[in-house]
Structure formats: C-alpha cells, structure tokens
Write a protein that binds this ligand. Structure first.
Ligand code: PHB
Length: 398
C-alpha cells in the first residue's frame, strides 16, 4: 500500500475518533460487534458463501448472548478486492465501532487490513487466507484457517516416500501459491526429489490449458498443484482434457484443489487423487458429523468445505475469548485470551500458538473415494499438531 494512502486512512480513523470523542474500541457497550469482511461476489464468492454460512450456523447454535453481551455480526462484501477490504475495515472500525474484524477471503485482503487492526488495537481474525507471513503483519492478527506450507511440506514428504522422483509444480501466481511452491520444493529436494519445472498461473480468470501442456511436455512422475478454493473444478477438467492422466502423470495437490465445495462436480476421473489438508467433510469424528449435518440442513444440502470450518472456528475463538474476559471487549484483553486457546474443532483438535498467533492443527493425507454415490477426500494418514513450518524454521534459526 502506498505510504501516503496508509497515512490518510489511519489519519481518518484518528480524526473521526477525536470528532466522536471516543476511542475505536467500545469496551463497556452491551453489544459486541464483529465486522465480517468476505468475498460474497466475484471470483472467490464460494469462500464468502461458505464462511458466512458457518458463522451464521455458529450464532444460531450458540445464541447471540455471550458473557452478558449481545454479539452482532455485520457482513460486508469486498468482492476480494483488497482496496475494498481496507475501506470496509476502516468504516467498520470508525463508524460501527466493531470490537473485532474477521473473514478475509484472500491474502491481499488480509494484508490490506493489517495496519488498521494495529492502529485500532483490535483483533483481526483471519478465517480463510493462508500465506504464512500474514500473522507477522500485525500483532493483532490471529488465524483460524491454515497456512499453505502446513499442507505442502507434508505432501512433499508423501511424494518422496511413494516413489515420485520428478515433479512439476503448478501454483497460482500470488502469495499463497509462492508459499506453496517454495515449501513443497524445499522439502521435496531435501528428501532427494527433483523439481523439473515450476509453473505459475494467473490468479485472475486462469486458463490452465497452455500450462498443463507445458507440464505434460516436461514428462514428470507427478504434478503438485495449488490453486485457491473455487478454481479446482476447472483445473481438474483441463488436467483430464489435456491428457496428463492418460500420459501416466500423477496428480497431487493441497486440499484447496479437491475442495469439498466442488468435489462432487469434478466427476469420477478425480477418484484416487491424493491431497494434504486440514479438513475434509469426511473427517470421522462426532463433532464433524454434527457440523456437516447441521450445515447441510441450514444451507439446502451444501457441503461445508475447509473455508467454512475456518469461519466456524473463528467464531468459536471470538466467543471463547469473550467468555474468558467476562464480556470485556477491549482488543488487548481479547487478544490475550485468544493466545494459547485450544479446542476441539470439526477438523480435530486445534490451538492458537501463543507466540505466532497462528493455528496449530492436524494435517491429513487424503485420497478421493466414492462413498454412497458421492466423492469425498478420505483421510488415511494424519500428522498431529502441525505448526506453520515456515515460522517454525525461523524460530529454530533464532
Ligand atoms: C489466500 O489467498 O490466502 C488463499 C485463498 C484460497 C485458498 C488458499 C489461500 O484456498
């Protein structure tokens, strides 16, 4: 963000706050407002729809009263345009005086709001975006989604152990894609594998065909893929059309690609695909079965995906923090309560690393299978309590 623009936006908050005679965080008010900023329209709209549905479900199940306060969720659509995210975050902080900003469908959106969270001293709960560095951009950011390195490193180990020697990586050409490419390569090469080509495809309206042709010509054992939630259906279709499966090239990916939101529409050709990820609707726990059933009932049969669970857990975090502070909604108090919090999510046990404010969670290797006529990512090996490997590596160095 240009420096002048940032100063203007932060100055705006300060001036308005002075004019209103209040600080940005209303600790003593009866209502606790949560500003939920999501892409409800545009390319990432499926993420907004999933997260909003999960947030609404959480409030329906737990009620709007927490520790004597009434929680009010204010939903805003940023269409996944970071300038919109920043403007909406500013309006929510200054005009609506929200206690928390939450959501953030893509990394650039999460990053654009970071200086505002710092300035206003309120938590920014990242429910979707997955680039490792996000939590380092403000001491007020807490993440309930995932990081791309968490899944990519585990996929690299699996590939190396399962006879895959030469890989072409194909990632979306923006921050989480670069994170995914780098972390996969780092681990796969350390495991003795070779990256024969590293292909980056445009984030906006991608046509994967020419890139898939290039990957086919490279003749690797496998392609490793990250594209953001919502693009997996098109990717898989073009992968098959370009004949990579017929050429014997294996397809491995992060769970973003075999997304539960789209998986059933991908067709039987996707059966057998191996991915690594934090959540599958097929996760065999009581918590998850209840979550999936309730989510489907409330949303006309829509299956929750990994984004939905990030939203559901984000609400759990906010509610539990409010309970811990006995309803005090001051940002520093909420943040202190959030650090180190641990609970059982539909995806399994999770916690917030008190040092990095990032999520610690199990990552599973899954295989697409057909069950009762539907396609699912079925877990077959689970790695417990995975921290973001990018930050864990930094911590070891220091
Ligand atoms: C992101 O922009 O950080 C992002 C979006 C969708 C995903 C993963 C990461 O599936």
């Amino acid at each position: 963000m240009p420096r002048g623009q940032l100063l203007t936006s932060l100055g705006g908050i300060a001036l308005l706050s002075i004019a209103l005679g209040v600080g940005p965080v209303p600790a003593e008010e009866a209502a606790v407002k949560i500003g939920l900023i999501l892409p409800m329209t545009g390319q990432q709209a499926s993420t907004g729809k999933q997260i909003n549905a999960a947030v609404q479900l959480f409030v329906k199940q737990h009620g709007a009263q927490v520790a004597g306060k009434t929680v009010e969720v204010i939903l805003k659509d940023d269409a996944s345009l970071p300038d919109n995210t920043k403007r909406l975050a500013q309006e929510l902080i200054v005009n609506d005086r929200v206690a928390v900003i939450a959501g953030f469908g893509i990394t650039p959106s999460a990053l654009s709001a970071a200086p505002l969270a710092t300035q206003a001293k309120i938590p920014e709960v990242v429910m979707a975006a997955g680039t490792s560095v996000i939590t380092e951009r403000s001491p007020y950011i807490v993440r309930t989604s995932f990081t791309l390195p968490q899944s990519s490193v585990i996929m690299a180990d699996w590939a190396a152990k399962n006879g895959i020697k030469k890989v072409v990586t194909i990632v979306s050409d923006y921050a989480p894609g670069i994170d995914s490419e780098n972390s996969f390569r780092g681990r796969f090469v350390a495991d003795g594998g070779t990256i024969v080509d590293a292909i980056r495809v445009p984030f906006q309206n991608p046509d994967f065909s020419p890139f898939l042709q290039r990957a086919r010509d490279d003749a690797p054992d496998a392609v490793f893929v990250f594209v953001p939630s919502g693009q997996g259906g098109t990717f898989v279709k073009q992968f098959i059309e370009r004949g990579l499966s017929n050429a014997g090239i294996k397809f491995i990916c992060t769970g973003d690609v075999t997304d539960d939101d789209q998986l059933n529409g991908m067709g039987d050709a996707v059966i057998g695909t191996i991915s690594a990820g934090p959540y599958t609707a097929a996760h065999p726990s009581q918590e998850n079965q209840s979550f999936v059933t309730a989510f489907k009932q409330a949303n006309g049969g829509l299956r929750p995906n990994f984004m939905a669970v990030g939203g559901y857990d984000g609400m759990h975090l906010i509610y539990a923090a409010l309970e811990a502070t006995k309803g005090v909604s001051n940002g520093d108090a909420l943040l202190a309560a959030m650090k180190g919090m641990a609970w059982e999510s539909p995806r399994g046990p999770i916690s917030i690393d008190p040092r990095t404010r990032d999520i610690v969670q199990n990552i599973a290797i899954r295989k697409v299978e057909k069950r009762d006529g539907e396609l699912y990512n079925v877990e077959f090996e689970t790695f417990k309590d995975v921290k973001d490997p990018a930050k864990a590596a930094m911590a070891e160095k220091n």
